[in-house]
Design a protein around this ligand. Structure first.
Ligand code: FAD
Ligand code: GLY
Length: 389
């Protein structure tokens, strides 16, 4: 008997209808599993709506985050096929754009910082290179003429995350998943150390497996023992979009500039993001946040001065204690984690859906996901914090 046949669950409940929960629902339902997804509000309205949609495994790599790189790169490689398959399954476009990413320097200090970053990226074997000022301006003629050079990251692309969430919603439904909106999960039912189902609006619903994919809210669901709560917190990001003429956009690559990133969309919106703030569940826009974003964008791309503001918004990244996702099993049997994707949840959607669906069906966790189980935090918690003399 195959591993899938031996441990295949009859019924799976997914908590959370962001890109993570929806993509897992799609993949499981397409493989014949009876899936019910419960979303507290409207699907795709959380971080998945707020994001900028960059698939930035190379440009965003940070010192200390090297263990995350294989997962990010594996997901990046899945994106073209994932987008094609999803568009076919849903009949909706997700606008995967493959122009690559520029990271620009406007002073000698910026340049020194970026060349230091380039050295890290090269040590990690990433496909990045340095462009001089002439070449940067050839690619993006409206940038401030003071640009002194930039990093070129040809494999970091972008997708329209709002279209992604909408397409996943349709694809999951078409594959047979039942999606319950306005249905907050109040608690996970745990009996004899095993997740048996959930309670929503006072009603218990049983399942063989419960997948926790509630983004920044993943710690707030009751019923789980304390040690089984994922260490996930909200990390606020504010953004603003200005409206370009879609027929004559003033920027065509995802472009990082000091203090902001700029993401041009097909409909002419130029997304300017994002702040990174520890403000709990507060999603209000602030004058300071908006000022910082517009000032950074205007210094790099002065032509935005004349463009109308299209939208301002803020969202909550699900940040884990080490900024990496929490995937797969924990100590509560039948409970599977898919949360804590922080700044990279759009990038990590294809790989998360694949490894979590496989784990649910076979009990096995792919090698690339093994460093990201909840156990990594529990192991650290066992280290004594006080040393007796
Ligand atoms: P969410 O989309 O937040 O979905 C979680 C869902 O769970 C929500 O819809 C919520 O209503 C629901 N929920 C919560 N509690 C319950 C409950 N009790 N019962 C039922 N449902 C519940 N990532 C990238 O890869 N590239 C980017 O460029 C990028 N930019 C970003 C910019 C900003 C400003 C932000 C905020 C995030 C950005 N991200 C980016 C990160 C990315 O958006 C997230 O990592 C990703 O969307 C997480 O998806 P999710 O499904 O886990 O969470
Ligand atoms: N990855 C971009 C952000 O989180 O703002």
């Amino acid at each position: 008997m195959s591993a899938e046949a031996s441990s295949r669950p009859d019924k799976v409940i997914i908590i959370g209808g962001g890109v993570i929960g929806l993509s897992i629902a799609w993949r499981l339902a397409a493989r014949g599993v009876d899936v019910d997804l419960f979303e507290a509000g409207r699907c795709g309205a959380g971080a998945s709506h707020a994001a900028a949609g960059m698939l930035a495994a190379c440009a965003e790599v940070e010192p200390g985050e090297e263990p995350l790189l294989p997962l990010n790169r594996a997901s990046q490689a899945l994106w073209p096929d994932f987008a094609r398959e999803l568009e076919a399954a849903s009949g909706l476009a997700v606008d995967l754009r493959t122009e690559g990413t520029l990271v620009c320097a406007f002073s000698a200090d910026d340049q020194a910082r970026l060349k230091h970053h380039l050295a890290l990226q090269e040590r990690l074997g990433l496909p990045v290179s340095w462009l001089d000022a002439v070449e940067v301006r050839r690619r993006e003629p409206f940038l401030n003429p003071g640009v002194v050079g930039g990093l070129w990251s040809p494999e970091d692309h972008q997708v329209d995350n709002r279209k992604l969430a909408a397409a996943l919603h349709v694809a999951a439904g078409r594959a047979g998943a039942t999606i319950h909106e306005d249905s907050p999960v109040e608690s996970v039912v745990v009996e004899d150390g095993r997740a048996r189902g959930i309670v929503t609006r006072g009603r218990r619903i049983d399942a063989d497996v419960v997948v926790l994919a509630a983004g920044a809210w993943s710690r707030r669901i009751e019923g789980l023992p304390r040690a089984a709560l994922p260490p996930v917190r909200p990390v606020k990001g504010q953004l603003v979009a200005v409206q370009m003429d879609p027929a004559a956009p003033v920027l065509s690559h995802v472009t990082w500039v000091p203090g902001a990133y700029l993401v041009p969309r097909r409909d002419g919106r130029l997304i300017i993001g994002a702040t990174v703030e520890e403000k709990g569940f507060d999603t209000r826009m602030t004058a300071g946040g908006l000022l910082a974003l517009l000032d950074a964008a205007w210094r790099a791309l002065p032509v935005i001065e004349e463009l109308p503001i299209a939208e301002t918004w803020a969202g909550l990244r699900p940040g884990s204690r080490d900024d990496a996702p929490i995937l797969g099993p924990g100590d509560v049997a039948g409970l599977v984690y898919a949360t804590g994707h922080h700044r990279n949840g759009i990038l990590l959607t294809p790989i998360t859906a694949a490894v979590v669906a496989d784990h649910v069906l076979t009990g096995q966790l792919a090698d690339v996901a093994r460093p990201f189980t909840l156990a990594r935090f529990q192991a650290r918690a066992e280290v004594p914090t006080e040393v007796s003399s």
